[in-house]
Design a protein around this ligand. Sequence first.
Ligand SMILES: [Zn+2]
Length: 160
Amino acid sequence: MAKKDYKKLCKKMKGMKNIKWDNNNIFPIVHENKSGPYVSNKLINRAGLVAIKILEDEKDTIEKAFNNFAKKKYNGQSYNIKFYFEDSVERIKNASIIHPEGDVLGYNDYATIRVCNLKFSSEELIALLLHESLHYLCTINDNGIGEKFEHQVMNSLGDY
Ligand SMILES: [Zn+2]
């Protein structure tokens, strides 16, 4: 059973007291019609603290979700799965703001997460950082598993 101390952390943080999670989801519930302020480094740092705590507390849940998909994909064959949580945490810590391009809210490469300078509610920002941090977290047989596969795993963890 995961510790879920990130829920306690939110209760102590400004503007995050009402963030809720459904059952076993690691992604917070995002309300479509709830807006927030324009993103700032300060807001990214605060949401990042929560996202990092989620990665720590839900490590087992996350590994299990990737493993479940790997088992299906490799149906009976053996595979070598590895996780790089420290790199994901680093990417959240180094997240930076950029001007939006097209209709994306944020994106990432192996090194950095970029958040578009748009309005986000606290839960949206946490979900975005968590989403981007889960890309490249896992390798199977030393290869990335691909965006499509990663999104399927994230959906199973409650991403929208
Ligand atoms: Zn994505």
